[in-house]
Structures are given as C-alpha cells and as structure tokens.
Write a protein that binds this ligand. Sequence first.
Ligand code: PHE
Length: 342
Amino acid sequence: MKSSIESLQQEIDRFIIESSDELETFRFRFMVRKGSIAELFNRLKNVPKAERPAYGQLLNRLKQSAEKKYDTAKKQLDALSSGHREQHFDLTLPGRTEYVGSEHPVQKVLGDMKQIFRAMGFTIATGPELERDSYNFDLLNFPANHPARDMQDTFFITREEGENNLLLRTHTSPVQIRVMLDEKPPIRVICPGKVYRNEAISARSYCVFHQLEGLYIDKNVSFADLKATVYSFAEQMFGSNVQLRFRPSFFPFTEPSAEVDVTCYLCGGKGCRVCKQSGWLEILGCGMVHPNVLRNCSIDPEEFSGFAFGMGVDRTALLRYKIDDIRLLFENDVRMLEQFSQ
Ligand code: PHE
C-alpha cells in the first residue's frame, strides 16, 4: 500500500499539464470516482485496522496534492487563454467592412418598374443600342424624310442611303420591332434600356437616358386594357391615391395615341415648383399599335391588336431621390453614388 501511494505521488508530481486536454486527462486519471486515488481509498478496507488511520492520512494528503496541482494548472491555463485572446482580438476595435458598391438610383427605379410589370405577366426583352435606321424609324411607321423623325434628334453612326444605316437608338421601340419580327402573338414584353438623343445638355436633359417601353399584342386587345395596365402600374409605382389624366397625342407608331400624367406625387396635386404649379407630372406616352407597324412585322391587324407605352426612367429617379441635375446620374461620381447604398 505504501509503495502504491508513493509511486502515485511521483506520477502526480511528474505529470505535465500544459493544455486543457492534458488537464482533463489528469482529472480523469486521478480525481474521478473511479480514478487511481479513489481506487487506493477502496483498498483501505483490506489494511489491518490499526494501520488504517495512518494510511488514511497519507491518502488524504495524496488526494489534496492532486487537487492542488489540478487547481493551479487550471488557473494558469485559464489565464493563458484569456491573455491570448486579449493579445489577438481587441473587441473594442470597430469591425473592418468590405467596400461594396451600391445600386445606381436609376437601376433602383428601373428595378421597381420591372417588378411591377413582371407581376402582370410581362417578360423582359432587350436589344442593341447601336440600331438599324429601319428598326428605329421605318418599320415603326416613320416615313423616310418625314418631319416626325425630327421629334427625336438622332446620333447617326453611318450616313448611307437605305435601311442599313446605323444610329444610336432614340427609343427602345426598335426592341419591340425585333420581338414582333421574331415571335407570334400573344406578345407581352417590356423593353428597358439606354437611349440616345442629340439634345442640348442641361440640368434637365442629357444625351443619354433610360426608357422602359411595353408592348402587348393579342386578339381583342383594346384601349381599355391599356388604361387598366397603366392605372395598375401608376398606383403601384406612385401610390394608390394617384389620379391619371390621358391627353390625346401623336406618335407615328400608335393610333390613337395619348400622353399620360399623374397627379404630382410631391405636392399631391396642389401645385409646386416641380410640377410648375400644374399639379400634374407627365409619365408616359402610349397608344394602340398602328396597323402599319403590325403589317411591317407580318402580324395581321385584322386578327390581332395591341397597345404600346413608353416612359422615361431618369426623371422618376431624380424626383424620388431629390436630385436636381440629371447630369449627376451619368458622371459616376462615387461621392454621389454611395449615398444610395441602403
Ligand atoms: N417611343 C416613344 C418615345 O420614345 C414612347 C412611346 C412608346 C409612345 C410606345 C407610345 C407608345 O417617345
């Protein structure tokens, strides 16, 4: 018994505890109910009665030395690990965040518009910004040399005679031509994108801007469908209490044609600087697709009818985010753009 106690004491003394794993091994080896020290306590009952108190004392000392070693090692390890943490992590430092870009205000507005039309069953069609003269004008029922072409000051890229002339598209209507040439009705698409016009640059107009146009062609599509679509869009985009005003207008590719105003959503229709005291803001042009346009795309106007609409995106972005100069939208100045990061 005596030698067992002595050799266990040596073992305890020599045991090196430098990690929490070793600490746990130590505890398991010596201190638990089935550990080596407990085992010796069990053997006490086999010792002659007279010697028991003396061995009892020795065993108690052994037990205490194991506990002491355990406690000291545990304290040291705890101190070490918290010291370690302090050294490497200063929890009071502000976190380092990655620089993430932000969505451009125009893209935010465009995103909202697309979402509304998508929910109504429109799909998105895109086309090139460098466009054929014929798709931008002729097939849309702008006759050659017709003054209607002057409605949109055009950047011509080539100056050839005929339909292969190239230009920067002045509206996204040529995308609708492309869709009609490719697909048969029913057709229900929106065409968002950049368009170009050779206009005097000012705080209110720029040589490039964004449009979103829409086209719906099927049997028995009427002006009532157009109105319902535009109403539904305007309510979702500008608020459920907007009022709309359809004014007769002219576009070569639609007949009849209209321009649509909404009650100014900044002053609620009372009249302010933005709506020039009129209480109305113009939001889009629209109309029933001209039979000539349908015929140009091999769609029979006796069988099918359709409506089209087109609106500018940038102005809505300017109004929504209270930006007072359209040029800011195209300068790509990070100080301006990062204000829209939420
Ligand atoms: N394409 C026209 C424009 O750019 C807008 C429009 C589209 C008008 C469709 C009516 C119908 O001005």
